[in-house]
Design a protein around this ligand. Structure first.
Ligand code: NAD
Length: 352
């Protein structure tokens, strides 16, 4: 049994689906179901007895403690977070509440549970904290990519809150001996990505005939990784990572935002052509995000060398699959856009 937090979100739901597709070990999926949690992501495993969904808040130490006592997981995989940089600029409080206080509450429940385990189970236990490359700050055009020893320099309330959670996790290893693992990953893309983030926003706006907003000059560089490659990296770190260690995860796919948007428009022009013109005609430049980091790049050599992980997708194969997924899942997109996905809790949760 593993205990996943935030498993109704973008990466968490991909992780739970991949996990259950690959082995029979059950998953407790603990998620608050904020606007970012979408039970439609889990529709194919909603009735699967290996998937135990529980709505709750990671900051609710007593609730988490009761679930750990009931299910006795051998590992925690911690995805739950507020994750959108723009939202953190307009309303940072929720980011401190969930990412910092929530992670602290979760760690406290896990520490108490772990401390009471027999020695052999303590040694085998893992707390895997899923984090971001944004904690390292921004790079100049000629700077070397972030390594695991790059100094933290978070620039947004989102990245600062994730940096704080990384430090808490680190401290629980050094102070209490909790067997923690931390992954710092670059930007993910793929199925079930909420359309407030760049790639799904561009695909859904393009098809709706809406403007395709580009912040500033569009030359901000991000390192992109297909979500199932991130999930594979997490499984590998869980399996073979050394407690107390940090692993950077990235796809060696640095792209300027404008280039990503051009690629998306060009794929859509082929797969779903407009009556006239190109999707590129919808590109609109908007005022840049305050404090917008210029470049992120991940040096993933440690996880490649020590754990033998490598991404299976290139940017070209992954981005094509992603566009095709959105074209094939218009119902999922419509439910998100109309807000219908939020009705799931009212309709289903009480009956389970
Ligand atoms: P997401 O916003 O899509 O999903 C977050 C999930 O956490 C949602 O299901 C939400 O309901 C849940 N949640 C929020 N607050 C909660 C709380 N207090 N208690 C329980 N559940 C709560 O996020 P994502 O993009 O899937 O990211 C998952 C994790 O991976 C985050 O920790 C994020 O920092 C990290 N990460 C994301 C990326 C990326 O590109 N998306 C890259 C690297 C790391």
């Amino acid at each position: 049994m593993i205990f996943v937090t935030g498993g109704a979100g973008f990466i968490g739901s991909n992780f739970v689906l991949d996990w259950l597709a690959q082995n029979d070990e059950p998953v407790v999926n603990f998620d608050k179901l904020t606007y970012a949690g979408n039970m439609n992501n889990l529709a194919t495993i909603n009735q699967d007895p290996r998937h135990i969904f529980v709505q709750g808040d990671i900051g609710d130490t007593e609730h988490v403690a009761a679930l750990l006592a009931e299910h006795k997981p051998r590992a925690i995989v911690h995805f739950a977070a507020e994750s959108h940089v723009d939202r953190s600029i307009h309303g940072p409080a929720a980011f401190i509440e969930t990412n910092v206080n929530g992670t602290f509450g979760l760690l406290e429940a896990v520490r108490a549970h772990w401390t009471a385990l027999p020695a052999a189970e303590q040694a085998a236990f893992r707390f895997l904290h899923v984090s971001t490359d944004e904690v390292y700050g921004t790079l100049g055009a000629n700077d070397a990519p972030f390594t695991e020893t790059t100094q933290y320099a978070p620039n947004s309330p989102y990245s600062a809150s994730k940096a704080a959670s990384d430090h808490l996790v680190r401290s629980y290893h050094h102070t209490y001996g909790l067997p923690t693992l931390t992954t710092n990953c670059s930007n993910n893309y793929g199925p079930y990505h909420f359309p407030e983030k760049l790639i799904p926003l561009i695909i859904t706006n393009a098809r709706a005939g809406k403007p395709l907003p580009i912040y500033g000059d569009g030359q901000q560089v991000r390192d992109w990784l297909y979500v199932s490659d991130h999930c594979a990296a997490i499984r590998r770190v869980l399996e073979a990572g050394q407690p107390g260690e940090v692993y950077n995860v990235g796809g060696w796919n640095e792209k300027a935002n404008l280039d990503v948007v051009h690629v998306l428009c060009d794929i859509l022009d082929k797969l779903d052509p407009k009556a006239a013109g190109s999707y590129r005609d919808q590109i609109t430049y908007v005022t840049d995000r305050p404090g917008h980091d210029r470049r992120y790049a991940i040096d993933a050599r440690k996880i490649e060398r020590e754990l033998g992980w490598k991404p299976a997708e290139t940017f070209e194969t992954g981005i094509r699959k992603t566009v095709q997924w959105y074209l094939d899942h218009q119902d999922w997109v419509s439910d998100v856009q109309s807000g219908d996905y939020l009705k799931w809790v009212a309709k289903n949760y009480q009956e389970r």
